[in-house]
Design a protein around this ligand. Sequence first.
Ligand code: CP
Length: 311
Amino acid sequence: MSKLSTKHLLGIKNITPEDIQLIFQTADNFKEVINRPIKKVPSLRDVTIANIFFENSTRTKLSFELAEKRLSADVVNFSASSSSVKKGETLVDTVNNILAMKVDMVVMRHPNPGAHVHLARHVDCSIVNAGDGAHEHPTQALLDAYSLREKLGELKGKKVLIVGDILHSRVALSNIFCLQKLGAEVAVCGPATLIPRHLASLGVKVLLDLKEALRWADVANMLRIQLERQDIEYFPSLREYSMQYGLTRALLEEVGKKDLVIMHPGPINRGVEITSDLADSEYSIILNQVENGVAIRMAVLYLLAGQAKTA
Ligand code: CP
């Protein structure tokens, strides 16, 4: 079996293009499995995985849990809001106590950027990052790129536009790393206040005008405005944001983009970053992204479990 270059999936920044291709090839096999009448394989029988979520989630949490169950792993779910973290227990103590119950692997979402790197230095198991603050969301980027590859073929030379709240988005950063490693060109578009200054140094095109940006793009990935992470007002009102950066059918017609691929990581604010009819339209691959998330997470867990056995 081919191997990943890493014991953990902490981010896309530190994995190789070969790792990404291996995850995609493995996900191709699992996608076939989950479309069978019997969707389960015994690959992770006797492996126990803890899903530790310190932040809310619908898609990522359910998708990991389904991926684990379809691989026949044993699964325990931990929600920080009802745990002894509330009594002051540290992250490392919490996870070491979970591991003492013979848990083999941890999937974690945490609000602090870098929490997973800290944890990986202090505990003895594979860690999968399910989102760390505004830093990285590696499995989201993998499922996004996988869904695009399914729609457009190889991504080399494809032009992918990421629109919206780049500053607070872990999806944006992981997507930038992943798409660039696969040879795509990446641009971001949004209010200047929501685009971090360092982005241009990553080789990303920065565009402030949505019409110009859409004319350039093959793909538009529409991000949610993350009001819960915003401590100041970055634009005058959601209505004004929507008028300048919201994607509508009329706008697509005006810029003449009949074959644009529209993505969204969810959750969608319908009527803010994208109109409801466009989110559900023939342009959209949003539900394909969600479907592919299970196969991608099966691939990641399967490959990391294989690393642990041979380590
Ligand atoms: N895309 C994503 O991470 O969604 P959730 O926050 O619902 O997991």
